[in-house]
Design a protein around this ligand. Structure first.
Ligand code: NDP
Length: 462
């Protein structure tokens, strides 16, 4: 009997788009959705390629062993629910892909549980939103290396491609795929916040939305070119269909989130790794929602508008450096997590699969690839020649931008954090000797002397 190539469970926004992408590439699909209608609709639309299944049993029976099934359901309990019902129906050697935004430690647990039953479980990050899923996302599969061949042809065929290479590669064992996706989202939060700060500072400098859109389009022909710069320009040109205004001016000043930026921040703290821009980007979204508190303190530091403002090229160069710092912190997290967990992450390959299909695709990623090509074990991208040169050349612009913002009471948490990060890196002293003395004073935590070995305690004031 001719069976379907792959099963897809959860035909919501992402699952449906990925199923269509698979069919557009010649694969046949057995589709299942908890509410039956989405699977039936898809089968009506693609009668030759899609079969709608009413039960997991039916889905499993429509696939040849070893079966490959992709789930696209919300992270958390829904993933465990599907696994609980589906897995007893599967056989040794079958492969299950979780393409949602699951937490990487949940993925590692599920992988262990399913490995005990002989099932290959792949926690797989998918980036690119609905359109990416349909036309070619960036895909980050993690799981048992030896089972990857079973899912490779599906994922690498439907992924975006850049320079003839698929934007999908085996990432690593355990939860490595979902970890990489999580930090990808952390970088995404940081770059979105940086661009919102560029917009703010340009707007407070008296520029119209159209003028800022013009600038962003110009910027997109320079080294800061990215998908996010492009859509920011598009957004600023959009008209509201319910008023005479630009749509951007009709959107409430409060940003939502679905948790991956928070997870990245928590993991950075757990790893004791300074990803200050990624963390500040999440906090900035939190702050935007403190509406009542913001109302109470409104005007304490009134914004002083300034016709002309700071020159746009200074802001662009400041953005270019701050963005490199954000990516460097994100890739630094990868390096650190890889060492801690023995994942052997290939950072050049990760930069490569981010170059198309995903939200953080940017020209900068080619430079990041070059940096890892020259030095695969580089711990901090800022050490690479091209980035340390950029740091030297643009640090003045970053400082000028932050000082302008401080003088005019325009809050720029990420630009400010970027400047502080560089100033911490370059300072002779961080004052930590005082902290260590205080710790020893009240808690006998000891300290290291600059002129000797080992840890000593001092009887303070005696
Ligand atoms: P949707 O809400 O559009 O779809 C969710 C799907 O999951 C629906 O088919 C729903 O079925 C099904 N579902 C929910 N709970 C259960 C359950 N307990 N058992 C079985 N099926 C269930 O979500 P998305 O497609 O947007 O997202 C899916 C995953 O992909 C999430 O983890 C999300 O974070 C991730 N993701 C989303 C992106 C996006 O841009 N939207 C981008 C990248 C990843 P029903 O129709 O019956 O409710």
């Amino acid at each position: 009997m001719n069976r379907q190539d792959i099963g897809v469970i959860g035909l919501g926004v992402m699952g449906r788009s990925l199923a269509v992408n698979l069919m557009n590439h010649g694969f046949t699909v057995a589709g299942y959705n908890r509410r039956r209608e989405p699977a039936q609709a898809l089968a009506r639309e693609y009668p030759e390629k899609c079969i709608a299944c009413a039960t997991y049993q039916e889905l499993v029976s429509q696939l040849n062993a070893p079966r490959v099934i992709l789930m696209m359901v919300p992270a958390g309990a829904a993933v465990d629910d599907v696994i609980r019902e589906l897995v007893p129906l599967l056989e040794k050697g079958d492969a299950l892909i979780d393409g949602g935004n699951s937490f990487y430690e949940d993925t590692a647990r599920r992988q262990q549980e399913l490995a005990a039953r002989g099932i290959d479980f792949f926690g797989t990050g998918v980036s690119g939103g609905e359109e990416g899923a349909l036309k070619g996302p960036s895909i980050m599969p993690g799981g048992p290396r030896e089972g990857y061949a079973k899912i490779q042809r599906f994922l690498e065929t439907i992924a975006a491609s850049k320079g003839g290479m698929p934007c999908c590669t085996y990432i690593g064992p355990e939860g490595a795929g979902h970890y990489v996706k999580m930090v990808h989202n952390g970088i995404e939060y940081a770059d979105m916040q940086l661009l919102s700060e560029c917009y703010l500072i340009l707007a407070e400098g008296g520029r119209s939305n159209a003028a800022i859109a013009d600038l962003f389009e110009k910027w997109n022909r320079t080294e800061v070119e990215s998908f996010l710069v492009k859509i920011s320009a598009d957004i600023l040109r959009e008209k509201d269909d319910q008023s005479e205004n630009d749509l951007i001016d009709m959107i409430r000043d409060a940003a939502g989130n679905k948790g991956t930026g928070r997870w990245t921040s928590i993991e950075a703290l757990k790893q004791e790794y300074n990803a200050s821009l990624l963390t500040a980007a999440y906090q900035a979204r939190v702050m935007s929602n403190q509406t009542e508190l913001r109302r109470k303190f409104h005007g304490v530091l009134p914004v002083c508008t300034d016709e002309g403002g700071l020159d746009a090229e200074t802001i662009r160069r400041a953005y270019s450096l701050a963005k490199v710092i954000a990516y460097a912190q994100g890739f630094g997290l990868y390096h650190d997590a890889s060492e801690r967990n023995g994942w052997h992450l290939d950072l050049k390959a990760i930069a490569s699969i981010f170059r198309a299909g995903c939200i953080i695709q940017a020209r900068l990623l080619q430079d990041i690839m070059n940096a890892y090509e020259a030095e695969p074990e580089l711990a901090n991208l800022l050490e690479a020649k091209q980035f340390s040169t950029l740091l030297q050349e643009n640090i003045g612009d970053l400082k000028k931008t932050v000082l302008w913002a401080l003088a005019h009471n325009v809050p720029l948490p990420l630009f400010t954090n970027a400047l502080i990060y560089v100033s911490q890196l370059s300072a002779d002293s961080l004052g930590a000797n005082m902290i260590q003395a205080q710790r020893d004073y009240f808690g006998a935590h000891t300290f290291e002397r600059i002129d000797g070995e080992g840890h000593v305690h001092h009887e303070w004031g005696k």
